[in-house]
Design a protein around this ligand. Structure first.
Ligand code: ZN
Length: 61
C-alpha cells in the first residue's frame, strides 16, 4: 500500500505542492496564490492540476 504524499505544481504560480493522498476530482487551494485547483489525474504520484474558475458568491443565509 502507498502512504506517500503526492506532489504537483500549481499551474498558475508554479509552486511545488505536496498533499496527502487525494483522489481525482478533489480540489485544493494553492497556498501561494490561493487559487482553487482540481485534481485532474494522478500520474505516478504526480498530481495533474487544473485551475477551477470559482465565482465568489455571497452565500447569504
Ligand atoms: Zn499557485
Amino acid at each position: 500500500m502507498s502512504t506517500t504524499v503526492l506532489t504537483g505544481v500549481c499551474p498558475e504560480c508554479e509552486t511545488d505542492l505536496t498533499t496527502p493522498p487525494i483522489v481525482p476530482g478533489e480540489t485544493l487551494s494553492c497556498p501561494e496564490c490561493l487559487l482553487t485547483l482540481r485534481v485532474d489525474d494522478i500520474d505516478d504520484g504526480r498530481l495533474r492540476l487544473r485551475m477551477v474558475e470559482v465565482t465568489l458568491r455571497d452565500w447569504g443565509q
